[in-house]
Ligand binder design. Structure first.
Ligand code: FAD
Length: 580
């Protein structure tokens, strides 16, 4: 097959991804330099647009609140693996960024006096854990949608150039710095080389490793996997969050906002079982704890009719409030389950939701590549693909939207400030070589393996052995299964040989990323012999600060994975026992 032609572009900065992190970074960077955004999706279709519950900021509009309490909750919620210097910045800047978004036109729900309304969310408390606090700023259950629309408008206004349906397939890292990237254009099948002084990855998460997930079909971790293949380590990959309330079997998310508004979880006996697991915060305990509690209830035979789900009960709430504050999720439940959530309880099970791990960065979103946090010049990352690390071992609800706008903005600002001091790094003559090789290999394969089949098997293996509970035997089985799937992947056949809109080729590429990230996740989960946050080892059931209060760094190393670790930044809050 002949190689596709390469089209060349030159920008000061290229942002990859047009979710909340990418758009915020582009907006800020555009204040100091010429910026392009390359996104495999049309910007407003990014997963940020599905975020329902809200964005946390200690505005104190309805009751007293302080950023220090937000910081404490985040650190405790993250089981003390969060870098506290980064959390401090996030909780302080959250307040300013929410007001910035308001001034850009984001239509938040309002209190009767016209202030931004706020609601309760899991793990967010008043006075260091005393009781739930109203901290989540929201626009009905469409907060993320409103963030995307608002930021996209602002980017267009500032003249940011968009390359929609352009997919990153390689990063150009040479002589220890990043000088651009290669993207595949969906419409034409051409490769595009973007030569730039700075590249910021904002490619989102990778929940599609799992069978039951709240994540969109496109969340395949492309940026993380490509960076990993080019020598960048991945941090804390053993921590993957399961959200307690996915719609049974489908995984579609029912926001924690439903419990924030007073919804209750019940088992097959009708009991409010969270009373046993988190007597103070009950249904608003952090997600890792609630997901484990649901698994326990199910295992001990107290699922609904002994089956693998529990109920989320909203029937005692005022139907008008449910319809007004949670319109989209009530719609989902009616559409997908055919039940009326104001009259009947909703069947729920934990659903793979959020990657705490990812590409290591410092607080300016610069990618750092070793235990000493040395930056890789020219490469940035922000949002769910990055690990800064503000979420530690378990993220609190509403904190991802904060993370993406705070660190997206910091990354964009840093680029704008640094750009005049940077030169365009030279690129080798065959900079596009690896990308051409990968796509033409996939296109010319005749191995007869189907990407869809391998992906389904992978998702089942990850669900069975690397989800809410893990143990050595299951993880080793998963490792062997993934090795077999990785070797079958080398024979994956792309039967569509056309250049235009070749979504089959795109899915084959995405499967490669999912296989790599699943592999790293399982190996990292085997390495960490303790239970912390979302990583719960049945064979090592307690947290072990003496040995494991550290971040893991996984490096690709000649076909294997090499591990290193780096210390956790602890500034204000010493690790304590985690009770709610
Ligand atoms: C259903 C759901 C509800 C949620 N609700 C909340 C909530 O209420 N509050 C909260 O704080 N968090 C919530 N989250 C989490 C939060 O929404 C996400 O973590 C966050 O929006 C991620 O933003 P992002 O900008 O990093 O990535 P995304 O919004 O996922 O965007 C990723 C971007 O990268 C692009 N991209 C990916 N790969 C490539 C590639 N190879 N080449 C080019 N472009 C690429 C995509 O086109 C897309 O534009 C929710 C998540 C889900 C799934």
């Amino acid at each position: 097959m002949s190689l596709p032609p390469v089209v060349r572009h030159q920008y000061d900065a290229v942002i990859v991804g047009a979710g909340g992190a990418g758009l915020m970074a582009a907006l800020e960077a555009s204040k100091g330099c010429r910026v392009a955004v390359a996104s495999k999706l049309y910007p407003t279709r990014s997963h940020t647009g599905t975020a329902q519950g809200g964005i946390g900021a200690a505005l104190g509009n309805l009751e007293s609140d302080r950023w220090e309490w937000h910081m404490f909750d985040t650190v405790k919620g993250g089981d003390y693996l969060c870098d506290q210097d980064a959390v401090e910045i996030m909780c302080q800047e959250a307040i300013e960024v929410v007001y910035d978004l308001e001034h850009m036109g984001l239509p938040f729900n309002r209190t009767p006096e016209g202030k931004i309304d706020q609601r309760r969310f899991g793990g967010h408390t008043i006075e260091f854990g005393k009781a739930p606090v109203r901290r989540s700023c929201y626009a009905a259950d469409r907060t993320g949608h409103m963030i995307l629309q608002t930021l996209y408008q602002q980017c267009i206004k500032r003249g940011v150039e968009f390359f929609d349906e352009f997919r990153l397939i390689d990063l150009l890292i040479q002589d220890g710095r990043c000088g651009g990237l290669i993207a595949l254009c969906l419409a034409t099948g051409e490769l595009h080389l973007f030569h730039a002084k700075a590249v910021l990855l904002a490619t989102g998460g990778f929940g599609r490793m799992y069978k039951v997930t709240s994540n969109a079909h496109t969340l395949t971790g492309d940026g993380c996997a490509i960076a990993f293949r080019r020598g960048v380590p991945l941090e804390d990959m053993e921590f993957f969050q399961f959200h307690p309330t996915g719609i049974h079997k489908l995984g579609i998310l029912i926001t924690e906002g439903a419990r924030g508004e007073g919804g209750i979880l019940r088992n097959g006996k009708g009991e409010r079982f969270m009373e046993r697991y988190a007597p103070t915060l009950l249904d608003l305990a952090p997600r890792d704890m609630v997901s484990r509690a649901i698994y326990r209830e199910i295992r001990e035979g107290r699922g609904i009719q002994g089956r693998d789900y529990v109920h989320l009960d909203l029937t005692h709430l005022d139907p008008a409030v449910v319809e007004r504050k949670l319109p989209d999720i009530t719609d989902f439940v009616r559409t997908y389950l055919g039940i009326n959530p104001v009259k009947e309880a909703i069947p729920c099970q934990p659903t793979a939701h959020y990657a705490m791990g990812g590409i290591p960065t410092n607080v300016n979103a610069q990618v750092v590549i070793d235990a000493d946090n040395s930056p890789l010049p020219g490469l940035y990352a922000a949002g769910e693909c990055a690990c800064v690390s503000v979420h530690g071992a378990n993220r609190l609800g509403t904190n991802s939207l904060v993370d993406i706008v705070v660190f997206g903005r910091r990354g964009g600002r840093h680029i704008a400030q640094q750009i005049s001091k940077l030169d365009l790094p030279p690129l080798s003559a065959d900079a596009q070589g690896r990308a051409q090789e990968e796509t033409s290999r996939l296109m010319s394969n005749l191995g007869g393996e189907s990407a869809a089949r391998i992906r389904a098997e992978l998702q089942q293996v990850m669900m069975d052995h690397a989800s809410v509970y893990r143990e050595e035997r299951g993880l080793k089985e998963a490792l062997a299964a993934i090795a077999a799937l990785r070797s079958r992947y080398r024979r994956v056949d792309v039967s569509d040989k056309s250049m235009r809109f070749n979504t089959e080729l795109e899915e084959a590429l995405e499967l490669g990323y999912l296989l790599d990230l699943s592999w790293v996740t399982v190996v990292a989960a085997l390495e960490r012999r303790e239970s912390r946050g979302a990583h719960s080892r049945e064979d090592f059931p307690t947290r072990d600060d003496a040995h494991w209060l550290k971040h893991s760094l996984a490096f690709a190393s000649n076909g294997t994975i090499r591990f290193d670790s780096k210390p956790v930044s602890i500034t204000r809050f010493q690790p304590q026992e985690r009770k709610y």
